[in-house]
Design a protein around this ligand. Sequence first.
Ligand SMILES: [Zn+2]
Length: 424
Amino acid sequence: MNLLIKGGRVIDPSQGMDAVMDVLIADGVVLELGQGLSAPEGTPAIDATGLIVTPGLIDMHVHLRDPGLEYKEDIATGSRSAAAGGFTSVACMPNTSPVIDSKAVASYVINKAKSEALVNVFPIGCITKGGKGESLAEMGELKEAGCVGVSDDGKPVCNSELMRRALEYAKGIGIAVISHSEDLALVGEGVMNEGFVSTELGLKGIPWAAEDIAVAREVYLAEFAGAPVHIAHISTVGSARIIRNAKARGVKVTCETAPHYFTLTDDAVRGYNTNAKMNPPLRSAADVEAMKAGLADGTIDAIATDHAPHHPDEKDVEFNVALNGIVGLETSLPLSLKLVEEGCLDLNHLVSLMSCNPAKILGLDRGTLKVGAVGDVTVIDPAKEWQVEAAKLESKSKNSPFLGWKMKGRAVYTVVKGQVVYQA
Ligand SMILES: [Zn+2]
């Protein structure tokens, strides 16, 4: 619970801080920031010379698959994967079995996390009962149980009137609504981005319009209701443009994208690579550029992984029937650091995208190293080179399109409430 982190470059956008200094954590809380700090005898210390020290990273969109789908991942393994990726907090989506649409299931996640998780686990509850899109879930009860947001992630709320009620009700009780924006009629039987590559491979395509139309609806509903909405995993030129324009006229819309959407194009699907199958699908080079531009100009508020573990039996199959999604917790930070190396973002901005902003969107008392804040810290070696190997991933599942990739940069210490929960 006590820890002295010495001599690192402390980057904390929540207080405009970027300087070499020490961080002293006592009883799990940030006690002091400054140069040449001393700690009581016996306090564990980390020499962070040459390293970057940030408020603990937060992944606001992961699938821990617990309860019910523990053959893919569980709260313990998912949290180990998070810690290895530098994340001190994750928010987990409710499309488990059963879904998180009641106090009982939310409490199960919270209690299991308390006893088994290395990092903070904040559950997200369903927008609709059973995630079925028919009637609103008991959002008040979910919030009371500890849910930090509501989402029917995996599926859109197709009924616009129901989504309007959800936004209005959620605004009233102060809980974030996270939209999985997709027009299912346009998606049809599509399995990858609609374009040149899908034609060449003979696979059914998903047009960008399927995402853009749904994002536009959420923006108009949020504007109409005067309520905030957060759009999950945006991937298209159009989504970024719609959200940029909406923000400019004062709509309370925020959004996230995932590292794969600013790193890979649908070219990765060639060879019918099921580890490149996800929803939304990998898009075109223009979409990748739009994600970078959206991150750079503040249109995109957060980087989230959409960590989606699957068993080999669900991925080592014909492309059309393979399940959507990839694991992402352990590759998110280096892929995001690449944006800094390319000059797309500076480090301060990156820390906002991966810590401060997700905390703000979900209303978490995290994402800051202010004195008195919870002592969640990530210590990053931006120069550390390593290779992604399935056997070394902490996640129970290995469905990553980045296997074999050489990475630069990783978390070398992950600290939760003053305790080192991961050390590289
Ligand atoms: Zn989703």
